[in-house]
Design a protein. Structure first.
Length: 61
């Protein structure tokens, strides 16, 4: 899962209503990674969500 290599946005323009998502990861010295989407997801999205759930201990669906 190389999040830095994900596109900044993933948009499925054929879907008018659905699921929107966004992530913001902040690092020291003001560096950050910001990604978002609507009804389209980056590679390995399910694995990313599973990893984050285990890491933070909360449901994030």
């Amino acid at each position: 899962m190389e999040i830095v290599n994900w596109k900044d946005k993933y948009i499925d323009k054929d879907v008018c209503d659905g699921t929107q998502w966004g992530i913001l990861i902040r690092f020291p010295k003001r560096n950050k990674i910001k990604k978002h989407g609507s009804n389209e997801y980056p590679p390995y999205w399910s694995k990313f969500i599973k990893t984050m759930k285990a890491y933070i201990g909360e449901d994030i669906d």
